[in-house]
Design a protein around this ligand. Structure first.
Ligand code: ZN
Ligand code: ZN
Length: 344
């Protein structure tokens, strides 16, 4: 079978790997589509994961083989799955922080999403695998994992009616957050970015205000929109650590800042620390997704609550993964979500 193997930084090769064997409690899926995530690009271009490896985790596939003990799924079912299962019993799981569980990052699908066939292990099948209804296309289904990640972070935001929300960064994740904030009842949703294409897309899918920070001063704009009050909730959806200090100056009293993006290690930022005591603001970090967010994400797509058409801008075949990455990291391109398929 074909798989895109990452050997070292920026070295991706389409290779012929053996189709994984499955046990009695597992299934084999044929990959139908797999979204390209910013974290895949970071892992391919950086040194955070051991290589060689096969990346890809926003995957939808068709069950082509199943173990004799599997009764929840049938051959031919179209399913989505994800890559990490928590243990549900450790110190962190007991506190509800399933994504930082010691077990979480140690288990994975085999070999990864960017492969023609994928083995779904027993725990992944039990906790993370869901059948997708025919009303959701393969391309849309790749968004279930990122939507679930956004829902995971937004749980902490506790958005109330009349809240104003600012999303910093209008990539796929930022625009999904904006749409979800609206669904959760936010009154004004503002988004900021430097890409006019991304901002225009955000407006098309329901954002109320878009601020191009290459042209406008975000503090002045947010002040105008919120009549000097600041925003109730801020989601940082761009990997720029200085956004944390901006966010502290933009958040309303009692406001919450959700840090969704990862930053490089040891990035120090200056903040106005007086605001914690005086204004009861909070900063909350969020990472990945737990098994509990997938049903809601799936339901939102099945009920057509989200506009995904505008967001999936490109589809590439598996053997053109490098080209897909070049395109999606080129700031001059009009690109949001890139989806990989085994063949076009
Ligand atoms: Zn992802
Ligand atoms: Zn645990």
């Amino acid at each position: 079978m074909k798989a895109s193997v990452c050997y070292k930084q920026n070295d991706l090769r389409t290779e012929d790997l053996p189709i994984p064997d499955i046990s009695d409690n597992e299934v084999l899926i044929k990959m139908l589509a797999c979204g390209l995530c910013g974290t895949d690009i970071q892992k391919i271009r950086g040194d955070s994961v051991n290589k060689p490896t096969v990346l890809g985790h926003e995957v939808v596939g068709e069950i082509v083989k199943k173990g004799q003990n599997v009764d929840r799924f049938e051959l031919g079912d179209r399913v989505i799955t994800a890559i990490h299962v928590p243990c549900f019993t450790c110190h962190y799981c007991n506190k509800g922080h399933y994504t930082i569980c010691e077990q979480f990052r140690t288990n994975n699908i085999d070999p990864g999403g960017f492969a023609q066939f994928i083995r779904i292990p027993e725990l992944h099948l039990k906790h993370l695998t869901h059948k997708v209804s025919d009303s959701v296309t393969d391309e849309e289904a790749t968004l279930i994992e990122p939507i679930a990640c956004c829902l995971h972070g937004l749980k902490q935001a506790d958005i109330r009616p009349n809240d104003s929300v600012l999303i910093m960064g209008a990539g796929t994740i930022g625009i999904l957050h904006a749409q979800l904030a609206k669904i959760k009842g936010a009154n004004k949703v503002i988004i900021s970015d430097m890409s006019e294409f991304k901002l225009q897309t955000a407006l098309k899918v329901g954002c109320d205000y878009a601020i191009n920070i290459a042209e406008k001063n975000i503090f002045e704009e947010v002040n105008k929109i919120t009549h000097g009050q600041g925003v109730d909730v801020i989601v940082i959806a761009a990997g720029v650590s200085s956004l944390v200090s901006d966010a502290i100056n933009l958040v309303r009293r009692a406001g919450k800042i959700i840090v969704f993006s990862g930053f490089d290690k040891n990035k120090m930022v200056n903040i106005d620390a007086s605001r914690f005591f005086k204004d009861e603001i909070s900063i909350i970090g969020t990472y990945s997704v737990t098994p509990y967010e997938f049903p809601e994400a799936l339901d939102l797509l099945e009920k057509k609550k989200l506009n995904t058409q505008e967001m999936i801008t490109h589809v590439f075949p598996l053997d053109k993964l490098s080209e897909a990455i070049d395109l999606s990291t080129d700031p001059k391109q009009s690109v949001l979500k890139v989806v990989i398929k085994t063949e076009l």
